[in-house]
Design a protein. Sequence first.
Length: 113
Amino acid sequence: QVRLVESGGGLVQAGGSLRLSCAASGISFSINAMGWFRQAPGKQREVVATITSGGGPGYAGSVKGRFTISRDNAKKTVYLQMNSLKPEDTAVYYCNVLGGPHWGQGTQVTVSS
């Protein structure tokens, strides 16, 4: 059974930082590309960052230079370091095994101005 558990969200002022974690179980983590997505109220879910099995990152233009995705295969965990946060980053953040149907419960990130 695939399980993805996100954590690390919270309330932060603009310009602040948060580090999100996503712990995976039930999958061969090291061979899978992973991704972080977000969904703001009234908007569609969008990709934020991806990371290949080899650790190669990719970023949405809106977060490039501010967010960093990384992974620890031994811990079966993918991280999202978010710096210089903006109010428009406010959303529920989810991780995903890229191309797969499984999603975690999400973690709320709220950035106040």
